[in-house]
Design a protein. Structure first.
Length: 357
C-alpha cells in the first residue's frame, strides 16, 4: 500500500469567470452568433447514450448511487470474512469478550480483495462472494490487487507476471459478467507512479487495457484516485483520463488510509472537476474514525470509521465503503506482522477507538 505521504498540499480556490454578452440589433452580429453556435455545438456534443466534456471527450453515462449499488452493500461469505473467521475461533475458545469486539468488524460489509495469481482460485472466490450477495439481493465489492510490480516492491509486493495480468483480469471478469458487482481497480496503481519511476511508462497503458476488459459486462468500475495528500490534482486527473476514467463510473480515494471523510470529499470533488465529465467516487472509511495519525502504516490510535453505506445519490459520492479489512496489517512497521496478516491487538484497538457518531 502507499509507500510515501508527502507534505499536506494547500487547497486551491477555484473561481469561475462569467461571460457577459452584449446584444446589438444588427443583422451582421446575429449572423456571427448563429455561425459560432453552429461550429461549437458539434464540438461539445457527446454520444446519444452518454455525455461529453467541453474538450469533446466521449464520457460514459454514470449511474446513480442506487443503480451502482442495487440492494445496498453485501456482506462477505463466512469463508472469506477474515474477521468473522477469527470471531468464530474466539467463541469456540470461550473468549466471548474478544469475539464480541471482533464482531463489530465482522458484521459489516467489507470489500473482497482478489490477490491470488491462480485464475481458478480467483474465480472460485468470486463465485462464493457472488452467491452470498445474490441470496441477500445486495451488491458485492471486489478489489483487484494483482497488478505486476504491485506496491513497487514494498510491504505488499507481488502481483502477476507482466504477460499474465490481462488474462487474469479476463478470467475474473468471466466470473463476474452479467452481475452488478462493483470493482475497485488496483489501489495505489496510479497514485504510486508519483514515487516509483519505473512505472511511469508501463502502468497507465496496462490499466487502460484492464479497463477495456472490465467494461461492457454490467459491472461498476472505479479507478485509483489516491488521496488528498499524495498527488497533485491536475496530475492525478491527467493520469486517470489516460487510464480510462471516462469509460467507467469514476474513482476511489483513501483506500487503506486514514483521512477524514470531509477532507476526502473536498479532494474528490476537486479531482472530479479537474477530470471533467462528472465522474463519481467512493471513499474508504474503514479506519478513518480518528483521522490522519501521522503515517499510513499501522498508525497508533486509529479507529474504525462510520459504518459503510450507499449514499442518497444527491452528490457525486456514491458510497462510503470498508475497503481495507480492519485488523489486517499494513506491513512490518510499527510492530505489525506482514502486510495482509491478521493483527488482533490492532483490530481490538480499532474497535476501541471507533467513530461512535
Amino acid at each position: 500500500m502507499p509507500e510515501h505521504e508527502g507534505p499536506r498540499r494547500p487547497r486551491s480556490n477555484r473561481t469561475g469567470g462569467l461571460r457577459q454578452w452584449g446584444w446589438i440589433a444588427t443583422a451582421a452580429v446575429v449572423a456571427a452568433v448563429v455561425t459560432t453556435l453552429a461550429v461549437v455545438a458539434p464540438w461539445n456534443s457527446g454520444p446519444p447514450d452518454g455525455g461529453g466534456t467541453p474538450s469533446g471527450r466521449t464520457v460514459t453515462e454514470r449511474r446513480s448511487a442506487a443503480e451502482a449499488f442495487p440492494g445496498g452493500l453485501a456482506r462477505q461469505p463466512t469463508a472469506v470474512n477474515q474477521a468473522g473467521i477469527r470471531e468464530r475461533e474466539a467463541r469456540a475458545a470461550g473468549e466471548d469478550v474478544t469475539a464480541d469486539r471482533i464482531a463489530v468488524i465482522a458484521d459489516q460489509p467489507i470489500a473482497t480483495w482478489l490477490t491470488n495469481t491462480s485464475r481458478a482460485e480467483t474465480r472460485a472466490t468470486i463465485r462464493s462472494v457472488m452467491h452470498t450477495a445474490e441470496e441477500s439481493g445486495a451488491t458485492p465489492v471486489f478489489v483487484l490487487y494483482n497488478v505486476p510490480d504491485r506496491d513497487c516492491g514494498s510491504y505488499s509486493e507481488g502481483g502477476t507476471e507482466d504477460d499474465a495480468y490481462l488474462p487474469w483480469v479476463r478470467s475474473a471478469v468471466r466470473a463476474m459478467a452479467g452481475t452488478h458487482a462493483v470493482v475497485l481497480v488496483e489501489p495505489d496503481a496510479i497514485a504510486q507512479i508519483q514515487n516509483c519511476e519505473r512505472l511511469r511508462d508501463s502502468r497507465l497503458p496496462l490499466l487502460r487495457k484492464a479497463v477495456d476488459e472490465l467494461t461492457g459486462h454490467g459491472l461498476t468500475i472505479y479507478l485509483d484516485g489516491g488521496n488528498e495528500n499524495r498527488v497533485p490534482v491536475t496530475t492525478m486527473a491527467d493520469r486517470l483520463r489516460q487510464a480510462g476514467v471516462d469509460e467507467v463510473q469514476g474513482f476511489f480515494t483513501n483506500v487503506s488510509n486514514f483521512y477524514r471523510v470531509d477532507q476526502e470529499r473536498a479532494y474528490a470533488d476537486e479531482l472530479a472537476d479537474a477530470i471533467g465529465g462528472d465522474p463519481h467516487f467512493v471513499v474508504d472509511v474503514s479506519r478513518n474514525g480518528q483521522g490522519w495519525r501521522g503515517t499510513w502504516c499501522n498508525p497508533e490510535g486509529a479507529g474504525l470509521g462510520q459504518e459503510p453505506h450507499v449514499t442518497g445519490g444527491t452528490t457525486r459520492l456514491d458510497a462510503l465503503l470498508w475497503v481495507k479489512t480492519p485488523g489486517l496489517s499494513d506491513g512490518t512497521c510499527n510492530g505489525g506482522p506482514a502486510a495482509g496478516e491478521w493483527w488482533e491487538s490492532y483490530a481490538l484497538a480499532l474497535v476501541e477507538h471507533r467513530k461512535r457518531d
